[in-house]
Design a binder for this molecule. Structure first.
Ligand code: SAH
Ligand code: SF4
Length: 400
């Protein structure tokens, strides 16, 4: 194996209790947790304290076993164990790219799979998490967009991706050994840029992000969480009010004609409606800019004229333009713009006063880069179809 070859590792996991078993405490808001504890007989007067204690065990210390919650009475721990579990989704496999990017294949209830990607950088570590299995939208340059929506993830499955990444990175503090806050964090930032459209799963995403931001747990600042949306206009104001995180918009085109083709949700809410909603995003200030994501597609949206139109359109919005070199996937209908074209585009945007970083593709060798995610089960199904076509058989004749 060459030094730069990606590493694949299958992870053996202990089977967890099925969803019809005891209730999972992960993913409940503080209020839901309090009510749940009262529901099994916790006296109302104690419920707030018990909620705090259990919350810290789960989200600060990363404990999954009630018997380790040592500041709770033995009988109470037994009561909890009889009624509840603390469960995160199962990690089925882990691929490590030559550049250090880790892609986790995560199995959720029902046997579905999503992907979560950890991207280490010198000054931060970003976890890219999924919010849906597949996507209802069909952006023509996105691999996830070729997969139908299977279902929304629950809050437990969303925050669970953060927890299992911390498991893998060994980033939970050890009880009794400091607070776990020494040194920079391996997992310091979250981007909701995996599979799915987060604003079509608003409540679960909101609850999961509020758990991740809670100061007595995972404790990530709202400024270290970025939600990326294709432009679900009616949910944008709510994102500011109920989550308060940073916002990224999959903009990708400067005319409605082109955006209709690339990001079909544009037919519902066009560029003008989207920009109006963004201008009203209440947290806007120069230090909290909106990120405009712009995928660079050769001869589609990458001309100097596009760059000039883009800066005109977003005038007045504190913004940063993130240029994403297109990541190819098997059968993708576009090509990545030439590097010199991307730089010329970036230059125009930069001269107009906007930061215009070009996103370095990460984890391409393990299909972990933006827009390459797609569940392995779906991929397997596709390849069977392809095999069938090649040998002239109907898929019914092939083993499933
Ligand atoms: N559904 C959300 C978040 C997931 S996609 C959204 O659309 O914003 C995260 C980012 O990757 C989006 O900006 C998306 O447009 C971009 N993307 C999708 N496919 C891509 C590809 N093949 N190459 C580069 N970027 C891609
Ligand atoms: Fe869905 Fe985002 Fe992909 Fe569009 S770019 S298909 S909204 S995941």
């Amino acid at each position: 194996m060459s030094a730069s070859a990606p590493i694949t590792q299958d992870v053996m996991t202990i089977p967890r209790k099925l969803p019809e078993g005891p209730l999972n405490l992960v993913g409940l808001t503080r209020e839901q947790l309090r009510e749940t504890l009262i529901g099994v007989g916790t006296p109302e007067k104690q419920a707030k304290m018990r909620t705090n204690q259990i919350w810290q065990w789960i989200y600060h210390w990363g404990v999954r076993d009630f018997s380790e919650m040592t500041n709770l009475a033995k009988e109470y721990r037994a009561l909890l164990a009889d009624n509840f579990v603390v469960a995160v989704p199962e990690m089925v496999s882990k691929h490590v790219s030559a550049d250090g990017t880790r892609k986790y294949l995560v199995r959720i209830a029902g046997g579905h799979e999503v992907e979560t990607v950890y991207i280490p950088e010198t000054d931060r570590g970003t976890l890219c998490i999924s919010s849906q299995v597949g996507c209802t939208l069909t952006c023509s340059f996105c691999h996830t967009g070729t997969q139908k929506l299977v279902r929304n993830l629950t809050a437990a499955e969303i925050v669970g991706q953060i927890m299992l990444a911390r498991d893998d990175l060994g980033e939970w503090p050890e009880p009794g050994v400091g607070s776990g806050e020494a040194g920079p964090r391996l997992l310091s930032n979250i981007v909701l840029m995996g599979m799915g459209e987060p604003l079509y799963n608003f409540e679960a995403v909101r609850n999961a992000m509020n758990i991740a931001m809670d100061g007595e747990g995972i404790s990530l600042s709202r400024r270290r969480i970025t939600l990326s949306t294709s432009g679900v206009v009616p949910e944008i104001a709510r994102t500011a009010e109920e989550i308060g995180c940073m916002l990224a918009i999959s903009f990708h085109a400067t005319t409605d004609d082109v955006r209709d083709k690339l990001v079909p949700i544009n037919k519902k809410w066009n560029i003008e409606e989207l920009l109006t909603a963004l201008r009203a995003y209440p947290k806007l200030s120069n230090s909290e800019r909106i990120t405009f994501e712009y995928v660079m597609l050769k001869d589609v949206n990458d001309s100097d004229e596009d760059a000039r139109r883009l800066v005109k359109l977003i005038k007045g919005i504190p913004a940063k333009i993130n240029l994403i070199p297109f990541n190819e996937w098997p059968g993708s209908p576009y090509e990545r713009s030439d590097w010199s074209r991307i730089e010329a585009f970036a230059d125009i945007v930069h001269k107009a006063g906007y930061a215009s970083p070009i996103r370095t593709p990460r984890g391409e060798d393990i299909m972990a880069a933006c827009g390459q995610l797609k569940s392995a089960t779906e991929r397997a199904r596709k390849s069977r179809k392809e095999i069938a076509a090649e040998v002239g058989l109907s898929t019914g004749l092939l083993p499933q």
